[in-house]
Design a protein around this ligand. Structure first.
Ligand SMILES: Cc1cc2nc3c(=O)[nH]c(=O)nc-3n(C[C@H](O)[C@H](O)[C@H](O)COP(=O)(O)O)c2cc1C
Length: 357
């Protein structure tokens, strides 16, 4: 008997992973280069006593790191999630799975996410798209029961509601209704610990305040500077010869609020996760000095997970070593001491902080 045809959602998930691994999908400018930490020529601490452990949403992590929400929902997603989960458990960092809509639609896909339960990950994030929390054309809205199923599917500690309207508007089959999304997030926040997360276009001060008012417990700024979903959808539209969407993808490739600026803008008294273009432990250190509680990495983790769980462990340990080096050179023994350091912010990121307050 031949395997059933993959659904449109499964095909899309596989295409995203393939495009991100093969094509250049990065934003053009690296905003982390605008941020500098002040060197301490007399650190007066020993490298070996540096402690990078931290607490996020009440869970103890060996380092302030999150393997960002990426995948599940197609056959190849299971192995990627298994490799990420094994490494997250071994190193002691947090991990998210990708949007679980696929498994809510098609229960056979549950194992591609639930595989993360085989590993003792200290903090697990479930994931649902915020646009799907309101009724989109011809589709039902997802609600509290769906969120409960998503959380139970992976024994999640925190539910991520991802905001991805840039992607939806460029995506050939995207959802275009945004009315009522904040209220839907409010309803879920009354039942579960929710973290709102952007996926590459950042969170402004005003949006952060509205999310806080809706009861979310944390914000992942998912800012501009790393993987651009406008770019990803550009390649999909190009392949399918959908000219208008290809053009939109190219036009909005670099749209959004840079991650380092968004950390400061979205700091409204909730824990901040800094995702978007984080490529080293030095970037993680900069994020913490700017006000983040932890930093998230997606694409570099995907590349490693395609190879093996060991490759993910190697990447995580290298990032932690870089973070420790930045802590040593700023004289910070703990993550709290690092957070109290000063960052020099140059233009254009400085312009964002000045103009978008
Ligand atoms: C293959 C892939 C799939 C993704 N799918 C999701 C998703 O389902 N939900 C979500 O919140 N973010 C998703 N993201 C966004 C990432 O979590 C992250 O915000 C973004 O890629 C920026 O991080 P990076 O520059 O380190 O890649 C995905 C990213 C990748 C690379």
């Amino acid at each position: 008997m031949s395997a059933p045809e993959p659904s449109k959602t499964e095909q899309r998930k596989a295409e995203h992973v393939n495009i991100i691994l093969k094509e250049n999908v990065s934003a053009e400018y690296d905003y982390w280069n605008d941020v500098h930490l002040v060197h301490n020529a007399l650190p007066e601490i020993d490298f070996d006593e540096i402690d990078v452990s931290t607490t996020l949403f009440g869970h103890r992590l060996a380092a302030p790191l999150v393997i960002s929400s990426m995948t599940g929902g197609f056959a190849g997603g299971r192995e990627i999630n298994a490799n990420l989960a094994k490494a997250a458990a071994e190193v002691g960092v947090a991990m998210g799975v990708g949007s679980q809509r696929a498994a809510l639609e098609k229960p056979e896909l549950v194992p591609t996410y639930a595989v993360v339960k085989d590993h003792d990950i200290p903090l697990r994030f479930a994931n649902l798209g915020a646009p799907q929390l309101v009724p989109q054309e011809g589709k039902r809205a997802y609600g509290v029961d769906d969120a409960r199923r998503a959380m139970e599917m992976i024994d999640g500690h925190v539910l991520i509601c991802h905001l991805n309207f840039l992607q939806e508007i460029v995506q050939p089959e995207g959802d275009h209704r945004a009315k009522g999304v904040l209220d839907a997030i409010r309803r879920l926040s009354a039942k579960f610990p929710v973290m709102a997360k952007e996926t590459g276009a950042g969170i402004s001060r005003g949006v952060a305040q509205r999310l806080k008012g809706a009861g979310v417990k944390g914000i992942d700024v998912g800012g501009l500077g790393g993987t651009s979903f406008s770019a990803v959808e550009y390649y999909r539209a190009k392949k399918e010869a959908i000219d208008l969407k290809e053009r939109l993808g190219a036009t909005f490739w670099n749209w959004g609020i840079p991650t380092p600026a968004s950390i400061q803008l979205a700091s409204v008294g909730l824990p901040i996760v800094a995702t978007g273009g984080v490529r080293s432990g030095y970037h993680v250190a900069k994020a913490i000095v700017l006000g983040a509680s932890a930093a998230g990495m997606a694409k570099p983790m995907l590349e490693a997970a395609k190879e093996s769980a060991e490759a993910v462990v190697r990447e995580l340990r290298a990032v932690i070593e870089e973070l420790k080096a930045a802590m040593f050179l700023t004289g910070s023994r703990t993550v709290e001491e690092l957070a109290a350091q000063t960052a020099i912010v140059a233009r254009p990121t400085a312009d964002w902080l000045e103009a978008a307050k």
